[in-house]
Design a protein around this ligand. Structure first.
Ligand SMILES: C[S@@+](CC[C@H](N)C(=O)[O-])C[C@H]1O[C@@H](n2cnc3c(N)ncnc32)[C@H](O)[C@@H]1O
Length: 179
């Protein structure tokens, strides 16, 4: 798999590489899938999803960040992604097979829409504990819940000829889908 270059940054994001791996593992994308990235921001998840899914739609409410998604997609040589400036659930297409919530604004309405159109795989990443609890309850209330993971990653770096570790904050990865 090609490395993901993110030469253009944004105030939020990117989803860290190891967390992207877990997220994309849960999404299990293939060539028949239409994937929707809600809150595409730097485009880090959009780019890696576009290498796997047949179709990708990226939705971002902030125009500057959507432009960052566009620039980073181009920097990775990826075309064909539909970019929508909207605040989801607006913009979510009827034929979505898999959906990622990287942004939590309106997430209950996004889950309502995902349940209504029968999205098969849904992943939401959350960093704040209380929001994670609320998100788990929201997945369960709509019969969308499968699992929540707490992902905590430490990355090795060289220190005095040996290896030490830098820790990232934990991320809660809530996953499931319409039954
Ligand atoms: C933490 S960032 C996502 C990071 C992204 N996955 C990446 O790798 O760069 C959250 C983003 O979601 C956007 N966002 C939040 N709620 C949204 C919604 N309902 N619709 C569209 N964008 C949303 C925010 O503007 C922000 O850019």
């Amino acid at each position: 798999m090609a490395r993901t270059a993110l030469p253009h940054d944004a105030k939020a994001g990117p989803t860290k590489p190891a967390v992207r791996s877990v997220t994309l593992g849960k999404l299990d994308l293939g060539p028949d899938d239409h994937f929707v990235d809600v809150g595409s921001c730097t485009g880090a998840v959009t780019i890696e999803a576009a290498r796997r899914a047949g179709r990708v739609t990226a939705i971002e409410r902030k125009p500057k960040r959507l432009e960052t998604t566009r620039q980073n997609l181009a920097a990775n040589g990826i075309g064909g992604v539909e970019l929508i400036e909207a605040e989801a659930p607006d913009g979510i297409p009827d034929d979505a097979d898999a959906l990622f919530l990287g942004g939590s604004r309106n997430y209950e309405a996004v889950l309502d829409r995902a349940a209504e159109i029968g999205v098969d795989r849904i992943v939401m990443n959350v960093s704040r504990l209380e929001v994670a609890g609320d998100a788990v309850r929201a997945f369960k209330a709509r019969d969308l819940f499968d699992e929540v993971l707490q992902v905590q990653v430490s990355t090795g770096y060289e220190l005095a000829g040996a290896t030490s570790f830098d820790s990232d904050n934990p991320v809660y990865v809530v996953s499931g889908g319409a039954k």
